[in-house]
Ligand binder design. Sequence first.
Ligand SMILES: NC(=O)c1ccc[n+]([C@@H]2O[C@H](COP(=O)([O-])OP(=O)(O)OC[C@H]3O[C@@H](n4cnc5c(N)ncnc54)[C@H](O)[C@@H]3O)[C@@H](O)[C@H]2O)c1
Length: 350
Amino acid sequence: MGIFKNSEYQNNLQKAANAVVNREELKDKSILITGASGLIGSFMAETLLCMNSMYDTRVRVYATGRSMENLEKRFEDNLDNSFLHLLTYDVDKDIPFDQGFDFIIHAASNAYPAAFSANPVGTITGNVIGTLNLLNYGLSHGTKRLLYVSSGEVYGQLPNDTPMFTEDMSGYVDPTQVRSCYPASKRLAENLCVSFSRQFGLDTVIVRPCHTYGANVTSKDNRATVQFFNDVLNSRDIVLKSEGKPIRSYMYVADSVAAILSVLLVGESGNAYNISNPDSIVSIREFAELTAELSGRKVVIQLPAEKPVDDTPITRQVLCADKLSAIGFRSAFTCREGIESSLAIMKGDQ
Ligand SMILES: NC(=O)c1ccc[n+]([C@@H]2O[C@H](COP(=O)([O-])OP(=O)(O)OC[C@H]3O[C@@H](n4cnc5c(N)ncnc54)[C@H](O)[C@@H]3O)[C@@H](O)[C@H]2O)c1
């Protein structure tokens, strides 16, 4: 039995399934999810399976990833679920299956700093070639809508006093910086979606998640939030390698997935939606302090001699949630509750 069988995790899946706006539109539909071994993709696949049990939605979930071994490991608790189908697929390559899906959600991407820096070209191709392949596939296989999982990083560098980033804003991304492989390719993939829709008529919609965290991260993930969780779970204080002043929108994965599925069902065609929670805007340091406080540890600041090369210069990145709220979505977890839940699941409590 995996740790994801525990009651806290199951409870979160139920909350997410319950929060999806217009979830009845999913009844008897099929959904292809790329990046389904990852944080967002795996929680999404399980939310849909949970929705089937709760509401008899009968959604068929086609969860794809590059490694069948990883998929089978990740979904070990659901391998006998007849609504779950596991498929191997590297989004840089030709699509190795040939069947129609009502919805396609492209969530595969290099998504954390170690992955961008080790494989910037693969980051670009996964976003751009992968999106193009999936758009063509959707068009030729009768897909009703493709949802592209972009990122709040597409905003680039806006003035530091910008209180909130709304979907119509666009800041500076330096194309000569290797670190820009991520935001620049996400931007191009977004534009591919809207251009493809206009030129060929396939319905597309885009989501831009903020910093998303949860217990079901992959083992290689080195995002700051994952490092904080690892520190406290291993009975260590949290070591911050900076003052931790940048302010960020954070969102617990259960809210993020419910919001993304809501946009899939009721988002306006060709539009982009920030995926963020207005009740979860804190500095990196505050996130670390909350994590430490909930675990009886403390935060220690140790500034390195040199600034890390993949550091982002953006000091304030708060994604406005108004457009998401306007489609009827409400987050269920404050930052404290999301961290508390993540830690409980990772510890295997209950
Ligand atoms: N988690 C966040 O904070 C966050 C924020 C903004 C946007 N996003 C976006 O959300 C999506 C999901 O991210 P996540 O947080 O679940 O990351 P993750 O790293 O946990 O999952 C991404 C998955 O994509 C897979 N992948 C990468 N390249 C691939 C390829 N060529 N073919 C097939 N699979 C490939 C990875 O192996 C991984 O399983 C990504 O598009 C990411 O850019 C995430």
